[in-house]
Design a protein around this ligand. Structure first.
Ligand code: ATP
Ligand code: MG
Length: 468
């Protein structure tokens, strides 16, 4: 087509190239080039970057810092305490939030649910580029969303969306999803880097200039990152990630970026046929249906933000039938698994080299901190030696390469949560024992190293299976 040309754009840094490149010459990212269509510039061969004013301050003069007025963040509750907590206390007026997640994880469900509560005090415009009005109505009925001040628009053209928003003047706009929308100014297909950026910029300038809160839904690509330019994450005020195993009902919302709050908090939900329900006590849910008198299971306590969550680690160690034994780890970092196995082999002389090892964290939880090392090590030894760990025992602590058990932060919060859930024994690093002992109702077992762990399992009276 005349005036149009195909270019390849790096999704990380937006470097343009006339042909596909495996590695970006500017930011050195691999496989980051995606095809795009741009208008041919006359004269120069390169395309000048598009510049759009996002915030119209009305003045181009610098202001004295001491004379600036401190703005007040006006927050509105979404009606879901877990989501409010992740947002830092509610949805901020004039903010732009990007909600991303796997297909079918429940993004549209969550947003339609919050429309109901937000709609009681505010007008909300829900723009869907993916579903028909009928589909949305059916879902709203299933979720019992009345939506008296809720407007539904099925449109993908950003100019039409903004002109409709101009008429309705909503307090909140939900755009589901940014990848399905396009601008007349851009010649490439919806979802291309230039279109996603243009659409996001249009929403951001709307939010910043007239105080509308905007929630954008973002698709994620095969690699698990948000589809579109990396700059999209820089442009918005908060990036929330909706995670979880689709086969399980358990879902987590995590803030990867938040200009108005901490990124440490998580929100936990359960997917039911009437929508997403908040889970105020995730530990209780994660510990439900624990197997009794079975080797390879150990309870651990991980911190998700300021909240301690007790979960269960399961290990299965079986003799391998392959030349190279299998190592499968679900919810635990692979390198951490290899490290713990190496420590147990070297320090305790346990033979894992001819064993397949399967590790799993129940409930689809992702364990990202080393405080679960002791629990993983105990579960592995327990499965290898077929020794049962008592249900009433929880293990908290980090493992060092020399086989030492190292102290961890927030021991009091973790032990308190374990005691609340009915655990009667907590294995903790000796360094933390004094602090942990302040919590009543739970016996503290201090351990200095992996030898103590092995001894603990061997001396446990009722831990040998009857079949042995
Ligand atoms: N009748 C139902 N009963 C129970 N759960 C349902 C029902 N219908 C849908 N779901 C759940 O809702 C999920 C789909 O939710 P939703 O459409 O909100 O996801 P999404 O993240 O918006 O997906 P997409 O990326 O495709 O837009 C399904 O995967 C399923 O778990
Ligand atoms: Mg959806």
């Amino acid at each position: 087509m005349k005036g149009i040309k195909t270019v390849y754009i790096c999704s990380e840094c937006e470097y343009e190239s006339p042909k596909w490149l495996g590695k970006c010459p500017r930011c050195a990212s691999w496989n980051s080039f995606v095809e795009d269509v741009v208008e041919k510039s006359t004269g120069s061969a390169s395309v000048a970057p598009r510049r759009t004013a996002v915030i119209n301050s009305g003045s181009n003069k610098a202001s004295k810092f001491s004379e600036l007025q401190t703005p007040e963040y006006i927050r509105s509750s979404t009606g879901l305490g877990e989501l409010d907590c992740v947002l830092g206390g509610g949805l901020v007026k004039g903010s732009v939030v990007l909600l991303s997640g796997e297909p079918g994880i429940g993004k549209s469900t969550l947003l339609l649910q919050i429309c109901d509560i937000l709609g009681k005090s505010k007008s909300v415009l829900y723009v869907s580029g993916e579903e028909s009005q009928g589909q949305l109505k059916l879902r709203a009925e299933r979720l019992s969303v009345k939506g008296d001040s809720l407007y539904i628009l099925t449109e993908t053209n950003i100019e039409n969306i903004l002109s409709e928003a101009e008429k309705i003047k909503p307090d909140v706009i939900i755009a589901d999803s940014v990848q399905t929308m396009y601008s007349d100014k851009i010649n490439s297909a919806p979802g291309s880097i230039t279109n996603v950026k243009e659409v996001a910029m249009a929403f951001i300038s709307k939010a910043k200039n007239d105080g509308t809160s905007v929630i954008l839904v973002g698709h994620i690509n095969k690699e698990g990152s948000i589809a579109g330019p990396k700059v999209l994450e820089h442009m918005v005020d908060a990036v929330l990630n909706f995670e979880g195993d689709k086969k399980q009902t358990y879902r987590i919302i995590r803030a990867n970026k938040n200009r108005y709050g901490s990124t440490n908090e998580i929100g936990v939900f359960e997917m039911t046929d009437t929508g997403l329900c908040e889970v105020a006590n995730p530990s209780e849910m994660l510990l439900a249906d624990r197997p009794v008198d079975t080797s390879g299971n150990c309870a651990i306590c991980t911190m998700e933000g300021t909240r301690p969550i007790v979960a269960e680690i399961q290990a299965l160690v079986t003799q391998t039938a392959f030349p190279a034994p299998r190592r499968t780890s679900n919810g635990i970092d692979y390198s951490r698994t290899y490290l713990i196995l190496a420590v147990l082999e070297k320090r305790l002389g346990l033979k894992f080299y001819n064993q397949d090892v399967y590790l799993n964290v129940i409930g689809g939880l992702q364990i990202n901190e080393p405080a679960s090392d002791l629990g993983i090590a105990l579960a592995l030894i327990s499965s290898l030696t077929d020794t049962v760990i008592p249900d009433s025992l929880i293990a908290i602590g980090e493992l060092g390469l020399a086989g030492e058990c190292r102290g961890i932060a927030n021991i009091d919060l973790r032990v308190k949560e374990a005691a609340r859930l009915g655990f009667s024994k907590a294995v903790v690093p000796a360094h933390n024992a004094k602090n942990a002992a302040k919590i009543s109702g739970i016996e503290i077992i201090p351990v200095k190293n992996v030898y103590d762990l092995l001894r603990l399992l061997r001396t446990s009276k009722n831990n040998v299976k009857e079949s042995d």
